[in-house]
Each structure stands twice: as C-alpha cells, then as structure tokens.
Design a protein around this ligand. Structure first.
Ligand SMILES: O=C(O)CCC(=O)C(=O)O
Ligand SMILES: [Fe+2]
Length: 228
C-alpha cells in the first residue's frame, strides 16, 4: 500500500490506511450477528450487548480503581471542567487484561499491534467528559508527535463496566445518538469517513453522572503499529 504523507499540508495524514481499516472493520461487524449497527448515516457506530460478563466487569472495576488518577486531555490549556473523571492505563501485562484486549481485537479484526493500552475511567457524581473527538487534529503539534507513534486514531472501542443510577450517558450530539450505560455493553465507532478523513460527526460527550458512579474502559486503535 502506498500513501503520500510527505506533504506538510496534507489535510488527512494516514488517509489511505484509515479508509482501508474503516472498510475492513465495517465489513466484519456488519457480518457478525452479535453486533448491532446504529442506524445513522454520518458515522459507522456499532453496539454489542453483554460483551463482558458481570464478573469480568467487576474485575475490571477493581483494576480501574487501582490506576485512576485525574484525567488528562489532549489540550493542556483546556479548562479543568472539560474532563473531570479519573483515568489511567491498566496493566497490559496482566493476563486478564490481555485476554480482554484480544477479544476486542478479534471483534474488530484489527491487528493487536495497532491498539493502544486500554484506559480505564471512573466518573463520580458531577464528573463528565465534555464534547470532543478522539482523533488528533491534523496539522497540530500533537498529531506531529503521534504520527511517529502509530499515526491517527482509527477506531474507538469502549465498554461500560456498570449500570449508572442516573446520568452518565454518552451523547453524539451531531447525529442525535445517546447511549445509556449498560453493564458489559461495548460501543465501537470509526473515527474516520469512508475516504479516510477525520469525521467531525463523531464528536461525543460523557454527560455528568447524576447519581452513582460510572466506570468505562476505552481502547483506541491507530492507523499503523502503535508505539515509540
Ligand atoms: O465515558 C464516556 O461515555 C465517553 C468516554 C470518552 O469519550 C473517551 O474516553 O474518549
Ligand atoms: Fe472520547
């Protein structure tokens, strides 16, 4: 496969790889009877109920509690209200984590080397993650750094580890999709359009938890092998 990512002005670095991964993963998920495609035109977005068992979710919640520290955001200048949850990378060397990562890789059919380490996240009442896209803004310093470490983010997979008493929904305001957390449910979406350009319709927010606690894990995939 060839791609032209030499030009600084390229508005869509990794475009060919993103287009290819997008098409491959969609084909696989559309053929999987355990997967539901959310009927919106602008984003490829899929749901799998009970992807993790309740026991697996509880085990992951303990791991999130062990690693969670105040979350960071891409843009360090953003006000502190923007992402108020606690998060952390869980230990990849833990065999249980590895097993779940392999299961997500297999669902999507993406090479495991493209996947970032799973990140756990915990929201207490009032905590949220305001509207954002998971892809790195092309032309940004962040993108230039990340381009050397696997490139643009292709797919996002997140799993809700518990039911939330009230609040904590994931909202995609541009396409009118709201997802209520359900224990064990996986949500996955393509961060790019079919042609490989970043999809601005993927903007999403974790609305504030109103009652109870919310736990999620997120795994992001790149357009190439991830790492330094
Ligand atoms: O917690 C959620 O509902 C969304 C989390 C999210 O958008 C992220 O971690 O990038
Ligand atoms: Fe996100």
């Amino acid at each position: 496969m060839s791609s032209s990512r030499s030009s600084k002005a390229d508005p869509a670095p990794d475009r060919a790889a993103l287009a290819e991964i997008g098409a491959q993963v969609c084909e696989r998920l559309d053929a999987d009877p355990s997967v539901y495609r959310v009927p919106v035109e602008q984003i490829d977005i899929f749901v799998v109920q009970e992807f993790l068992t309740p026991a697996e979710c509880l085990r992951f919640i303990d791991l999130v509690d062990m690693t969670a520290v105040p979350s960071s955001v891409f843009d360090k200048d953003k006000v502190s209200r923007f992402r108020t949850s606690y998060s952390g990378d869980v230990d990849r060397n833990d065999p249980f984590v590895g097993m779940i990562e392999r299961r997500i890789d297999d669902l999507l059919g993406i090479d495991s080397s493209f996947g970032e380490t799973v990140q756990g996240q915990r929201y207490q009442p009032g905590q949220e993650y305001q509207g954002h896209c998971d892809w790195f803004p092309p032309q940004s310093d962040l993108f230039r750094t990340e381009a050397k470490m696997g490139g643009q983010r292709s797919w996002t997979a997140m799993i809700y580890l518990n039911d939330v008493e009230a609040g904590g929904i994931t909202e995609f305001p541009h396409v009118g999709v709201s997802v209520t957390p359900r224990q064990g449910m996986l949500l996955a979406w393509n961060n790019a359009h079919a042609n490989g350009t970043p999809n601005t319709y993927t903007m999403h927010a974790a609305k504030p938890v109103e009652r109870g606690v919310k736990y999620v894990i997120t795994k992001w995939y790149r357009s190439r092998r991830w790492g330094y």
